[in-house]
Structures are given as C-alpha cells and as structure tokens.
Design a protein around this ligand. Structure first.
Ligand code: ZN
Length: 990
C-alpha cells in the first residue's frame, strides 16, 4: 500500500481521528502530524521520515500519591500477560520472537512509557499488538503482582523475608548515592506535588501496596483519555491509526483521568534540607557528603524560557572552564560536581541545580556561597560574549547530529518532547525552535539577555533549596534491623494457616515459573525473515601507505575524524596508566594554551574531542593483544580547520605542568570511577572473572575494571600524602610524558575520515598539518602481543564496596571468531539467558537481571547477575546453566528464538558515519566481510545437534566455577559466608 499520508490536510478526519496540525521538519526532511482521537481524547503524534528504524510508543500520565511504587510496579505487571496474550511473560517472549532494535518500558516521576523500535514492518505490527493489549487489557493477576511487586516469603532458616522484582530493584537503586541524591532533590524542591514521592517505590513503603490498589490505579491511568501515542519512521501513518482505533480506542469512552500535575506553590524564602544515604562499613566519613543549590524555574510549557535556561546551563556548566563549573571545582571544597548538576526539564516546573560532591558536611554553606557569589559576579560583570556563542554552537551541533545511540533516533525525539507534550505544552516548539533561537541570539547580542536570566531564575528567585546529602554508616544496618523487627513481629501474628498460605503461594509461583507454556498465541517472525547478507562498507579512498581511509558519507554537515595510535611498544609499567593519560591529556592544557582557553576552544569549534584506550585482539593474525589509543573528534564542516588546529596542538604541545589541575582532575576521575562501581557491577564482575582467560581480557580489566579504580585510588591517595606527595607527582608526570612520546609518532597512526564530499575534499590539506605535528621519531606501535600477561591461575574472588546487593560473574573458555563453532556460541548465550537464567536468576532468585554473553573476539563465554540478593545460589545456577546447554534441554522453538535474537543484534542499524567507522576498525583488525557473512550463516544454521555438540566440546567437566568474581557489600558477604565453607573465596576491598 502506497503511503498516502502526504494527502492528509489539517482538519481532515480519519478513523475517528482529527488531524490538528501538519508541519514540515526540514532538518530531518520529515513531516510532523498531530492528531486527536475525538471519542476518547487520545493524542497521537506521527513523525514521518525516511528512517527505516520505526518507533512506536504509548505513554500515560502516572501521578502517584505515595511512595509505594504503584506506577513502577504497574509498569512491570502490565507486561505479565493480557487478554489476547494470556501467557506469563509476553514482553520477554516477544523480545525473543522479534528483530526489534529497542524494547523497554520506563517509569518517570509522572509518566510511564512503553516504547519499541524495529526495521521490519511485520515485526512492527506484531509488537504493536502485544504492547497495546498489555497496556490496555492486562491481566494484572495476583501472582504476577507478587512476583513483580512484593510478597512475603520464608527463607531457608524459616524467617520471613520480603521478595519481589521491583522491591529488590529499588533496594539496589536506593543504595546508590546518586539515585538517593536525585530522589532527595525532587523531594526537597517539590514537597507539595507528586514529585515529593518516590515514583519508583521506597523499599520501606512498597509492602504497603495492595493488589487492589494496583488494579484501580490501572483503571484510571492506562486509559485512552490519559494516553499519548507516538509513531516515527517510514511506515504509513494511516495503517497505524486504523490499527490503534480498531483494536483499542473504539472500545473506550472518554473519562476525566484527573492526572494534571499542578505547579508547585512558590516559596517566599529559601530553605535548607538534609538527607542521608547508606554508607555501612565506611570508616572514613570525611569528604563523603554532597551539597547542591537548586531552584525551581519556569513552567515546562514555556518553551522559550526552557530554551534560554538550557543555553544558560551550557554557559554556566557546559565544560570544565565554564564559570560556575570552574568556580565550584577551584574552591577545593569537593572532588566533582554533584550528581544532580544542571537544568532539568522533565517535570511540570523545571529545575536547575549546581553543587559539589566529595565535600565535608560542614562545608555545605560554603558551596552555596560559591554558587551565589559566582552568579552575582556574572550578573554584575557580564558574561563573556564568546561563552554565549559557544553555548549556541553546542546546541546547533547536537541538534544536527543524528545518531541512534544509545537509543533509536525517533525515540530520542519522543523523549525530548515528552514532558512538554504531556503537560499540555507545544511539542512542535521542542523540535522546531529556530525562531526562539534567533530571538535569543538577537537579544543576547543587543541586550544583557542572559544576565537578566541569571537575575530572574536565580538571584531574585526565592524558591531555592540548599540540599545536603550525608553518609550514614549505620543506615543500611538500621534499616535491615528495622525490617527484621517488623517481619519478626509480623511472624508472631501469623497462624500456622497463614504460613501454609505463604508457602502455597510461593509454590504456585514456582510452578507457574517452571511451567513450559504454549506461546502459539503470540505473533512471531521466522528465520526466513532474516537476510543472509551482512551490510558491507567500503572506503572511497585509501592512502598509498594504507594508513588513511576516506569515507564519503552524507552526515548532515558533520565531519568525523579518528586517529588510532598503537600502544604495543609501551613498557608494561606504563601501560596501566594509559586510561588516566587519555583522561588527562585534553584537559590539562598545552604548552601554548592554558587549560581554560583550550577547553573553551574545543567547545567553540567541535561537538566532541577526546582520547580513549582500546584493547583488541588480532584474531586473524596470531590472536595477539593489540593495545591502542583512539583519538576521535567531530565538528561542523565549517570548523574543520579549527578542529585540526586543536588536534595538532595536543599531539605536539601536550603539557602536564599544572600540578593543581592534575590533582583536581585525578580526584574527579576517581569520583566518577567510584560512582560507576554499583552501576556496572555486573560488567566489572565478568571482567574480573575473565581476566586470566586471554591477554586482551587481562588488559581490558586493567584499563576499565576494578584494577583501574584501585590504581586511581592509590594514585590520588599517595599524591595527597604530605611526606612524599610531590615526588609521586613528579614521577607520575614523567610517566604521562613518556606515554605521549610513544604514542604521538607519525608512523604510529591509522586515520579514518568521514564526511560529505566537500568536507572530505579539503580534509587532506588540514590533515597534513596534523601529520606534521606528530613526531618523526619513534616507531609503529601497532604490535600484536601474543603472550600478553598470560596467567592461568583460577579466580574465585569477592570484591566489596558500598552495596546492599551483589553482582556475580563467571567466565568460561569458548571458541573464537573465525571458528565454525563461534556463531553457535552466540546462539547458546541467548538460549541460556532467555530459557534458563532469566527464569532461575530473575524470576526465582529475585535478582534484577541474569544473563549470559559471548565475547567472540576473546573466545570467552560468561554468565552474570545484576542487583542480585544471592551469591552462592547464583554461582550454582550458572553451573546448572552450563549443564542445561550440554544436555540440549531446549526446543526447536527456543532455538528459532535464540537465532532471531542473535540476528537482531547483527542487523542493528547504524548511521552512515558509524557504519563507516566500524568498517575502518574491522580493517585495522583484518576482519573480512567473508568472515562476517560466514558467522551470520552459522547463526542461521544453528540446530539442536550442532549446538549441543559445540557446548559439549568446549564446556569440559572440569570447567566448574574456577573463574568467578563477585562485587558485593561487606554486610552481604558476611551473611553469605557460611555458604562458602570449604571454598577458598579470596576477599578484597575495592
Ligand atoms: Zn523496574
């Protein structure tokens, strides 16, 4: 059917919908359509574009009146079976039967959204059917509520405990300092509205929610009159509307959901608020607090004000040289900006916050003074013009750059306009803001526009709070004791019959989880829907010496430059410092320019500029490890020369002379790494467990794992030491210079440039300047190191940090890319995750996630768990999972689904620039299209026999748990220890 949506005119009626507005969006060569469904009041925005990655989303305003997590638990439970699809887990089942590029559900503080994306039309409608039925006609049965929300259960010792996916998820979330900070800020700034509550659920309040509450909340909130529909992409809008009307909207009448969120009443004087976070086992409480000054700004519906505020945010905090950012860091009161820094336009009233973390509690007022004094100063002495231009440049760049990471472009668009749209503002003003931007540009040029904003938003705005978050070393223990006491009292009141009932429900839940269901009611794709080919790319030109690759690609006027430097000849004692080097080198200024001016210049002319470490394996050479450092930069075409000037200056005039700056940066790096531990605990655990299985895994752990956290911790500690700090600093700077000397050599670079024809044709001229700035001495560091740090000893370790949950990782030897068995392992990892670990670790074990991954480049297969209440049980489950694979306990249907998922990963769409860059990296690593196609065919040809055989061939009987690592809390480990008697579990603190 041809797309006839172009013929739609404003005012047209179609399938119960009326087209309110239709506007062209030149930036993406798209068209914006805004409909209302007249009978129910449902709204629908469609953005038509050429993008094949179509997006669907339905969202509801969900406005909780307490902290029981009702909106969040409903988000989960709605996905546990519906009228047309009465199976226990249609959402997870569909992930397996689809080529989706994105499937998820989100609970924000005042809305819940169910979005997905796919490039396949059949898939798009398969998923739409399941999503809509789940949202509007869910079963919400009591067992699902108990599984996803909360339930009482009896543990092995006969004690009562709370269980439930959301309960455990929130317990994990609320043990992380930055989540507590974010929640507390909303509570402090909006005490009289829905934002004062924890929409995710406060672990102590979650058990108060009843099944009836949940069902009633659904009735009012998940109704078309409270729904916002969004579609994006190249599929036909008429078919979308017909489908939604026929399957959903037709069956409803209009109601008043009463979900308007009122404005927070404004204060007449500023306040102060104090909160605590759990810091159990922490002996050192100095410099562990955060302080933020926050203001309530405009109503989110005022798009002009929001745009002005977001530019002002960029001016004040956009980079480390920005005035407020710099003043805060230079004060020396804390280590880095607070977790809630910046302008936030998600809620009915927008907010702005700035402050520091890593401070002493008693310095909170000092932080406030720095913020207020800086703003006062800027108001009095005016903002430099250059800062305004840079802020506008950054906005322009990021709007122009079309990317689908970390999520599909259409979905990013939906999320950007969601708050404004749901609260009754004009979503088109979020997409097309050029007239506002012109107005601001003109006002800023001719008047003190941003100075007047500072006065209005901050200096004259009494709705301000000074928020302090302090560590409480007893909090976790006290909360656990309180829970225990409550549960013990509860236990006393329970009759034998009650206990019987709890056990019966638990039994029912287990039975349902274990029951193999008939999923034939769910739609599915077939293997034949997948193409056998892989997407191929070729450079348009390669330099004679095979070092420079040119890709002529339409990139919306953006030019991408990448230069890879080999690090293979860097001595071992220096190599572990490479991540620190890449972090520092663009931030410490150069011999010619101090860091402030250099940072400003980077932001004025580029949309990204930085170095990162890269550990890869040369599979098709000698399987050796190739350490490297990647420099990437991107800019609007017109700034190409300036970008190359910056790049040339860095590689020739790098400087590590500013001790104070270096120290500040190292502490910032440390704060970032420490905050990341519980956010990516599963990745760190697997990285630790894998590190003796290949040289590259060892290097990756050294660079990105717990080892790097410890290196930076030790470094900052010894640099701060009064007696030998200076010597350590000198020694450290020498290391930085030595690394730069090894890296920045002309013969040691491989270059990739992507851009439109006109940008590419002038790039050679500027590239020449860059190449001339590199040293002529020094050799090629693109070395393959086959024996890099080989160590065969077993790993069985627990690493403790600030956490009330655990992350468990086990790693196993597996075939490498290129082997006929490699594609089978990729399918096996999917089978294990979907058909075993999801059930055993998440549903039964109560962890937020359980998964398996296969790293084909390293030949490593691993299992992991995320925010897990168990340790020993999980390790045992991983081993049972390996047996599950060896025994081939899966059906034809399971295999088909695992193949679909693996193929979906291989088919993930990339923007032209990313696709070109990936081709460049494959060339560096000698990975041919032939090998990629062979791998894909291997995936498509997986069957029971070859999968089982591959598993038996590699998972030997003695593979056991010898490569296992756990990230956990001290308290948690104490409680688990008795389960490890006889096992030698090496325990260390991160
Ligand atoms: Zn959740």
């Amino acid at each position: 059917m041809a797309d006839v949506s172009n013929s739609f005119q404003e005012g047209d009626n179609f399938c119960g919908y009326k087209l309110l507005r239709k506007k062209e969006i030149p930036l993406i060569k798209g068209i914006f359509f805004e409909f209302v469904h007249e009978k129910t009041g449902a709204r629908h925005i469609h953005i038509k574009s050429d993008d094949r990655e179509n997006v669907f989303g339905v969202a509801f305003k969900t406005v909780p009146k307490d902290s029981t997590g009702v909106a969040h638990i409903l988000e989960h439970t709605a996905l546990c079976g519906s009228k047309k699809y009465p199976v226990k887990d249609p959402f997870f089942s569909m992930i397996k039967r689809s080529l989706n590029t994105f499937m998820n559900a989100f609970t924000a503080s005042d809305w819940t959204m169910y979005p997905y994306a796919t490039q396949n039309k059949k898939d798009f409608y398969n998923l739409m059917g399941v999503y809509l039925d789940a949202a509007f006609f869910p079963r919400l049965d009591e067992l699902s509520f108990m599984q996803e929300g909360h339930r009482l259960s009896v543990d092995e010792a006969g004690e009562l405990v709370y269980q439930g996916v959301v309960f455990n998820e929130m317990k994990g979330a609320m043990s992380s300092q930055n989540q507590v900070m974010g929640r507390s800020l909303l509570n402090a700034l909006y005490p009289d509205t829905t934002y004062g509550f924890n929409s995710g659920g406060e672990p102590s309040d979650i058990p108060l929610l009843t099944h009836d509450d949940l069902v009633n909340f659904h009735k009012v909130h998940y109704h078309p009159s409270n729904a916002w529909f969004f579609t994006y992409g190249n599929l036909d809008i008429k078919e979308h509307l017909e489908y939604i009307n026929k399957n959903i909207l037709e069956h409803f009448e209009k109601i008043d959901p009463g979900t308007d969120v009122p404005n927070q009443p404004r204060w007449t004087s500023p306040k102060k608020a104090e909160y605590t976070y759990p810091a159990d086992g922490e002996t050192e409480l100095e410099k562990k607090s955060q302080a933020a000054v926050a203001w309530l700004l405009s109503d989110i519906r005022d798009s002009f004000d929001c745009l002005a505020a977001s530019l002002l945010n960029q001016i004040l905090l956009g980079n480390s040289a920005a005035p407020l950012y710099k003043a805060l860091i230079d004060s020396g009161l804390g280590s880095s900006l607070t977790d809630v820094t910046g302008f936030d336009a998600d809620n009915r009233d927008t907010l702005f916050a700035a402050g520091l973390k890593g401070i002493n509690e008693q310095d909170a007022e000092k932080v406030e003074k720095v913020v207020l004094d800086t703003l006062e100063e800027l108001y009095e002495n005016k903002i430099e013009k250059e800062l305004v231009d840079t802020a506008i440049h950054q906005l322009e760049f990021h709007r122009r750059e079309i990317t689908n990471t970390p999520m599909p472009y259409g979905l990013k668009m939906l999320l950007s306009l969601a708050g404004t749209w749901f609260h009754g503002g004009d979503p088109l003003e979020i997409i097309m803001f050029d007239h506002f931007l012109d107005e601001i540009r003109e006002k800023a040029a001719n008047t003190d526009f941003f100075e007047s904003c500072i006065k209005k938003y901050f200096l004259d705005n009494p709705h301000r709070v000074l928020m302090v978050l302090k560590p409480d070393p007893e909090k976790g223990r006290n909360e656990a004791l309180k829970d225990r006491k409550q549960l013990d009292e509860k236990k006393k009141l329970l009759s034998d019959q009650d206990f019987q009932h709890i056990r019966e429900m638990e039994q029912k839940l287990t039975e349902r989880q274990e029951k193999k269901e008939d999923l034939s009611c769910l739609p599915t794709l077939e293997i034949s829907d997948i193409s056998k080919e892989v997407k191929k790319e070729n450079p348009d030109r390669i330099s004679e010496n095979n070092r420079i690759f040119y890709y002529d690609r339409p990139a919306s006027g953006i030019f991408y430059f990448t230069s890879v430097f080999g690090a293979g000849n860097i001595p071992k004692e220096l190599i572990e410092y490479i991540p620190v080097f890449t972090f520092l080198v663009t931030r410490t200024g150069t011999r010619k320019t101090n860091y402030i001016d250099f940072t400003r210049k980077i932001d004025a002319v580029t949309g990204g500029f930085g170095f990162s470490p890269m550990a890869r394996t040369l599979i098709f050479k000698d399987r050796g490890t190739m350490p490297a450092v990647v420099f990437s930069a991107k800019c609007l075409g017109r700034y190409q020369k300036d970008m190359f000037d910056c790049a040339s200056e860095i590689v020739s005039d790098y400087s590590f002379e500013d001790d104070k700056r270096i120290k500040t940066l190292l502490f910032q790096l440390r704060a970032g790494l420490e905050a990341g531990i519980v956010q990516k605990g599963h990745i760190l655990a697997i990285s630790l467990a894998s590190r003796n299985l290949s040289g590259t895994s060892y290097l990756s752990e050294l660079w990105e794992g717990v080892s790097q956290v410890r290196l930076v911790k030790n470094l900052t500690d010894s640099i701060s030491d009064d007696s030998h700090g200076n010597r350590v600093m000198d020694d450290f700077k020498e290391k930085m210079y030595a690394i730069a000397k090894f890296l920045f050599c002309r013969d040691n670079s491989r270059i990739c440039m992507v851009g439109g024809d006109s940008d590419l044709s002038q790039s050679d001229r500027y590239l020449g300047i860059f190449e001339d700035s590199l040293s002529k001495e020094g050799g090629d560091g693109f070395l393959s190191l086959p024996d890099f740090c080989q160590n065969n000893s077993d790993i069985f370790e627990a690493w403790t940090t600030q956490s009330s949950v655990s992350f468990v990782g086990s790693a196993f030897d597996a075939p490498q890319f290129g082997s006929d068995d490699a594609p089978l392992f990729s399918v096996l990892s999917r089978l294990l995750k979907s058909d075993f670990l999801h059930r055993e670790i998440r549903e039964k074990g109560g962890a937020y996630g359980g998964f398996a991954t296969y790293n084909s480049e390293e030949g490593i297969f691993s299992c992991g768990s995320y925010r897990d209440p168990n340790i020993k049980r999980t390790i045992d489950t991983f081993l049972k999972g390996i047996d599950f694979l060896k025994n081939g306990n899966f059906s034809k249907e399971d295999i088909k689904e695992a193949v679909l998922q693996t193929a979906a990963d291989l088919e993930k769409p990339d923007t032209p620039a990313v696709s070109a860059k990936k081709d460049f990296f494959r060339r560096l690593l000698n990975i041919s299209d032939f090998e990629r196609e062979k791998f894909k065919l291997g995936v498509l040809n997986a069957d029971l026999e070859n999968l089982k055989n591959a598993a038996r061939k590699y998972f030997k009987d003695d593979c056991k748990d010898k490569n296992t690592a756990v990230i956990t809390g001290k308290l948690v480990l104490e409680n688990e220890k008795n389960k490890f008697s006889g096992l030698n579990f090496l325990e260390q603190e991160i």
